[in-house]
Design a protein around this ligand. Sequence first.
Ligand code: 5GP
Length: 209
Amino acid sequence: MVSDSVAGMSTAFADDWPVAADRQGRLFVISGPSGVGKGTVVRRVLELDSTLYYSVSAKTRAPRPGEVNGREYWFVSEEQFDGMIDRGELLEYASMFGHRSGTPARPVELQRIQGIDVLLEIDVQGARQIRERVPDAVLIFLEPPSQEELIRRLKARGTEHGADLERRLQRVDAEMAEAERFDHRVVNDEVDRAALEVMAILERYGHTA
Ligand code: 5GP
């Protein structure tokens, strides 16, 4: 049940807050326009690097076929999401295409305190909030080889249709314009190459796979 999972999410770390490590873990953020392939590149990075902690977001939409609660996302109701906001449990959150997504703050903090580097995959609105709240976070913008290619990928992936697809297409310009706020830009021309470039950036900040 969703409510049980939410309870599990918020209490899973309650009992044993750890002793701080010498080096605090860094927060790395991968963001970019809808349809650029953030999820695919992040999955590849996580396959290559098991030392990174991937932050599982809370989401108010229904799971898609194959998605597992607690793995891709914590699927919560709008009311549960409101509760998380009210209690200050989210490090950032944003509305997108008829639902909301947010990063639970406590698991991120728990990992960082132990010296473990954390990876977020969030939209550009969330990345802005992280820039303000976590000044030493490293922000990576994943961009398409061209805007035309992004539009082609959005149409081809077939997960959105009609009005939803139209809304995403309309946001392409605004999302692409966010690139200049980021510390690094990586072109997602080829998944393996882009994943290796992301890993090279992480290493520059002292991350070791
Ligand atoms: P989808 O619903 O297609 O899985 O994801 C849609 C968008 O939600 C993607 O652009 C993804 O980066 C974004 N997203 C996923 N989790 C979060 C989150 O915790 N915060 C924010 N701001 N965006 C998120």
